[in-house]
Structure formats: structure tokens, C-alpha cells
Design a protein around this ligand. Structure first.
Ligand code: SAM
Length: 222
């Protein structure tokens, strides 16, 4: 499926990717599908070439516009909580580099993603296209979701929200999962909302993380 240009399949990075997967397993990631997706996606292609040597460390890296590609552990944990199955429709808010979208593609999901920064949106689209990942991408305010394609089986927000954006809850399918970090601008706890029935939800809370802010009409003010 992938057109691995730009040294994406370089053996040096392949070994580092395997080491990263081993580290994530040690840190408690259990879902083998998620780990194997991380083993497939060339994270170094999603960062500036000056940073590619750091791409397989378990840390966030800058991608421009004061934004980051999330720490691999964070991506793995959010993806694990999302429980995305092949063929499911998944919406990501906060495309950033496009890395998380590629991981979702590797899980066999039909991926929709929204980014508010034009430069990041354009760069992510071209990286994903170059690698052969098919993703529907939109430039806009993801705090309002993407109603044109709703409902979604799963929604992941990759920026920290002050509250759970209600439009995202509305755009969930029955049995749908919304994974969103919620809290202050300094620290957020991971929240998972599962839509049990039309108007019935289960809300679970997980450990805390530090994300860049979700900025928009239903998020922080920019
Ligand atoms: N998922 C990304 C990746 O794999 O590289 C990392 C995301 S970065 C931590 C968070 C992203 O959310 C940033 O690119 C930021 O511009 C974006 N963002 C913040 N508020 C947003 C909003 N209201 N709608 C869409 N994107 C938003």
C-alpha cells in the first residue's frame, strides 16, 4: 500500500522503530495492533529532516507554528483507548504532522482529520499522500467536529480542551468512543466518553498528560 519514498524504509530507522515499540510495551501499551501500527509508520518522515535522528525517542518534537508531533507513548495510549477497528470511521481533531492519522490508517480505519493551521494542514496532507495513506483532511476549527461525515465510530482529540466539546459528543455513533484530554492549559486528564445508546453515555477518566491547547469556538480562545 505504501510508497515508501524519501528513505522511509531505511534499515537504521526500522531498528529504531522496533526499539521504540519495545519501550512502549514496557511502559504499559498492551494492544498489539497499536504496537504493530507504530512499527509500520515512519515517524521520521513526519518531522523536519534536522530532527529525524530524534524521531524514535519517546518524546514530542516541534513541527512549526508552536505545535508538536505528540510523544509516541501519548499517541499509543490515545489510540489504544480509541479501540478503532478496521473499516470504522474515525475523526481526528488536530492533524498536526499527520502521524496519528497514519497510525489510524494502519489500523484499517477510514480517517477524517481537521487542522486549524493552514501550513500544517498542507504539509500533513502532502506527507500522507507521499506515503500512500488515504485520509480526508480539512482546514478549520475542529472543536465543532466535521458534521458533513458524521456520525463517527471514534473521535480522537490531540490537543487539550477546557471542556468536552459538545459537538464532538453529538457526532458520535452509538457504541462510538470519544478520547479527549480535558483540563487546564498546563495539564489535562484523558477522558473517554462512550455512547452506549442514543442519549446514554459512559465517562471514564485516565491518567494526566500535557497537550498543546485546543483553540477554537468550543475550546480555548486563541
Ligand atoms: N496529531 C498530531 C500529530 O500526529 O502530529 C499532533 C497534534 S498537536 C499535539 C495538536 C494539533 O492540534 C496542532 O497541530 C494544533 O494546531 C491543532 N489544533 C488546535 N486546536 C485545533 C482546532 N480547534 N481544530 C483543529 N486543530 C486544532
Amino acid at each position: 500500500m505504501l510508497n515508501w519514498g524519501s528513505g522511509a524504509n531505511n534499515p537504521k530507522f526500522k531498528q529504531r522503530r522496533q526499539n521504540l515499540v519495545d519501550k512502549l510495551r514496557d511502559k504499559g501499551i498492551e494492544d498489539e495492533r497499536v504496537l504493530s501500527a507504530i512499527n509500520m509508520v515512519p515517524r521520521h518522515v513526519f518531522v523536519d529532516t534536522a530532527l529525524e535522528d530524534r524521531a524514535y525517542k519517546d518524546s514530542a518534537l516541534p513541527i512549526g507554528k508552536k505545535q508538536t508531533i505528540s510523544q509516541p507513548y501519548t499517541v499509543a495510549r490515545q489510540t489504544e483507548l480509541l479501540e478503532a477497528k478496521p473499516g470504522e470511521k474515525v475523526l481526528e481533531i488536530g492533524t498536526g504532522s499527520g502521524y496519528q492519522a497514519a497510525i489510524l490508517c494502519e489500523l484499517g480505519a477510514e480517517v477524517y482529520t481537521v487542522e486549524r493551521h493552514k501550513k500544517l494542514y498542507e504539509k500533513a496532507r502532502s506527507t500522507l499522500r507521499e506515503l500512500g495513506y488515504s485520509v480526508q483532511a480539512k482546514l478549520g476549527d475542529g472543536t465543532k467536529g466535521w458534521s458533513a461525515y458524521a456520525p463517527y465510530d471514534a473521535i480522537v482529540v490531540t490537543a487539550g480542551a477546557p471542556v468536552v466539546p459538545d459537538d464532538l459528543v453529538d457526532q458520535l455513533n452509538v457504541n462510538g468512543r470519544l478520547v479527549v484530554p480535558v483540563g487546564s492549559e498546563e495539564r489535562q486528564e484523558m477522558v473517554r466518553i462512550i455512547k452506549i445508546r442514543k442519549d446514554e453515555f459512559e465517562r471514564e477518566r485516565y491518567s494526566s498528560f500535557k497537550f498543546v491547547p485546543l483553540i477554537g469556538e468550543k475550546g480555548w480562545k486563541g
